[in-house]
Design a protein around this ligand. Structure first.
Ligand SMILES: [Zn+2]
Ligand SMILES: [Zn+2]
Length: 556
């Protein structure tokens, strides 16, 4: 037993999203989760943010398997990109996950036109042998069915990656987290615990998912007009409870939003959701029923730009027109970063005359992540030798480290890592190793690029300060300006009020060209550089702004 176990987080630490953890023994790799995150407001024109997985590309030959804890985008979203890149270098490793995870990932891979990917459903209690590791899935409760923790056992010991979890005692599907298996692992000896930190800052215990249904029904009963409920489409148990509450009050249900309908179909096929006969109504028929007979379940709980609810809020949905008497219920809370979009959506809904009820007004939402007491329970059940908090920003990782110490883990055995920083464990002990490449890569349409992307900086400049295009025509002989420079500008703030400014720029351009001609600068790109610097300085002096300056020099 001379080997070293390495637990290398490539995403999800110091941030919310793009979770990815590499577990490695004797050079053989198992990847747990391949998540993505969504762009911040200043990442203009970027569609998706992925973890930088150069490490996996380099080590493609050594990857024995990929395990997915559950089907949320921050755990599976990067999979097509990861597979495409490692597939260029080695045969694809087998991918394992719960039944719903597998179904959702299959449909995602279909959209990416990726066929023949080896995906398998895990069965709790039946470990998968990968070579270096025996990998076992342990049932957990979360806001999406078929969520699992992953226990990876090598000859040195067991690493437990919890995935997202809560210890819900009364989950909607009646199957709580497998507490007894966790305790058993603890008795057998857990070497490293990597635990979800999302709700470490909330004291106590998260309320049970099954408490939401009766609350929904209570609020529904008070509504006289149409009801629109928005929630995550993947929260199939929540959708079930909305349908049950509607059925209890003799209302019909219509699902709007593509992912809502898609997940309902997958959930029905897997037996995760039961829909009473005759209750579902197509989106096109919503207006045919009296308002007091309808419940609409909609995507858009995060204020996503193209979602059904956002379109309703802007009076732009083809089937559902919000009006006086409607009630829109947010059965979800905004993920950090989405608050503004959600608030804007809410205010638009008020403008249309409808009412809004959020989780702050009534207990119509339950978090899928356990609170502090549940995180303590996890540590106490598994009694790990070492703890490495994952899945949280720096504040949450720190709080989680303190929490582990509070329940008796020695401070020296708690490791606060970051993306790219591996925890290395051998028989002699544990320490953080040398950093590996980690960070983020952007997906812009179909292109995948890195963070140094100049395009992003230009987009930021364009959105803030606009652009000047300067077209100068110079003589090929002596570099003298031979025609009045043309100035085109777009999106430059407050320029309208600055009369004669364009004429002033023109003369600044002429001055710059004259100076270059005197210095005998003839090379076009150099001329353009000088012109850029001179014009940019002039504009900054006058406007105190830094628009993008694009010089075009034409020789005649
Ligand atoms: Zn997550
Ligand atoms: Zn999750």
């Amino acid at each position: 037993m001379s080997g070293t176990l390495r637990v290398l987080p490539l995403g999800g630490l110091g941030e919310i999203g793009k979770n990815m953890t590499v577990v490695e023994y004797d050079g053989r790799i198992v990847v747990v989760d391949t998540g993505l995150s969504f762009p911040a407001p200043d990442q203009l024109g970027i569609d998706l943010v992925l973890p930088d997985f150069a490490y996996l590309r380099e080590r493609a030959d050594d990857i024995e398997a990929i395990f997915l804890t559950h089907g949320h985008e921050d755990h599976v979203g990067a999979l097509p990109f990861v597979l495409r890149q490692i597939g260029e270098r080695a045969p694809l490793p087998p991918i394992h996950g719960g039944a719903l995870t597998v179904a959702m990932v299959r449909s995602k891979l279909d959209e990416h036109r990726m066929k023949d990917v080896p995906i398998y459903e895990v069965e709790p209690g039946k470990p998968v042998e990968t070579g270096a590791f025996s990998v076992e899935a342990i049932k957990m409760a979360h806001s999406i069915p078929d969520s699992y923790a992953v226990a990876l056992t090598c000859e040195l010991g067991t690493t437990l990656v919890t995935g997202d979890y809560k210890f819900d005692q009364t989950p909607v599907d009646g199957v709580p987290a497998d507490v007894s298996r966790l305790a058993e692992l603890g008795r057998e000896g857990v070497l490293v615990l990597c635990g979800d930190s999302t709700n470490v800052d909330r004291p106590g215990i998260a309320v049970s998912e099954s408490s939401v249904g009766p609350e929904l029904e209570r609020v529904f009963a008070r509504c006289e007009g149409r009801i629109v409920v928005t929630s995550f489409a993947s929260n199939i148990h929540r959708v079930q409870q909305v349908i049950d509450a509607a059925a209890a009050l003799d209302r019909k249900v219509s699902l709007v939003g593509r992912s809502m309908r898609k997940n309902l179909n997958i959930g029905r096929r897997l037996g995760h959701i039961e829909v009473p006969e005759g209750i579902l109504v197509g989106a096109a028929e919503v207006e045919d029923f009296p308002d007091e007979d309808m419940v609409v379940i909609s995507t858009g709980s995060q204020g996503e730009p193209l979602s059904a609810l956002r379109r309703m809020a802007h009076g732009d949905h083809p089937q559902v027109e919000l009006h006086d008497g409607d009630t829109v219920m947010f059965s979800a809370t905004p993920i950090p970063g989405n608050e503004r979009a959600v608030n804007e959506t809410i205010d638009r809904i008020y403008q249309l005359g409808a009412d809004v009820i959020t989780a702050r007004d009534a207990p119509i939402h339950a978090s899928g992540h356990g609170y502090a007491e549940e995180l303590k329970l996890m540590v106490n059940l598994t009694r790990p030798r070492y703890v490495m908090p994952i899945h949280g920003d720096h504040r949450r990782l720190r709080l989680h480290a303190r929490l582990a110490e509070a329940v008796g883990i020695e401070p020296g055995a708690v490791f606060r890592s970051e993306n790219g920083l591996p925890l290395e464990v051998s028989e002699r002990g544990a320490r953080l190793g040398a950093p590996e490449q980690a960070g983020m890569i952007f997906v812009d349409g179909v292109d995948v690029g890195d963070i140094e992307d100049v395009a992003l900086r230009d987009r930021r400049t364009l959105s803030a300060d606009g652009i000047f295009i300067v077209v100068a025509t110079v003589s090929a002989q002596d570099g003298q300006s031979v025609a009045a420079p043309e100035i085109i500008f777009r999106g430059v703030p407050f320029l309208e009020q600055t009369d004669g400014f364009v004429d002033e720029i023109r003369s600044a351009v002429d001055d710059s060209l004259a100076r270059s001609a005197k210095e005998e600068v003839h090379e076009i790109s150099l001329l353009q550089d000088h012109l850029h610097d001179d014009v940019a300085r002039f504009v900054y002096d006058r406007l105190r702004r830094r628009p993008l300056v694009l010089p075009v020099v034409v020789e005649v």
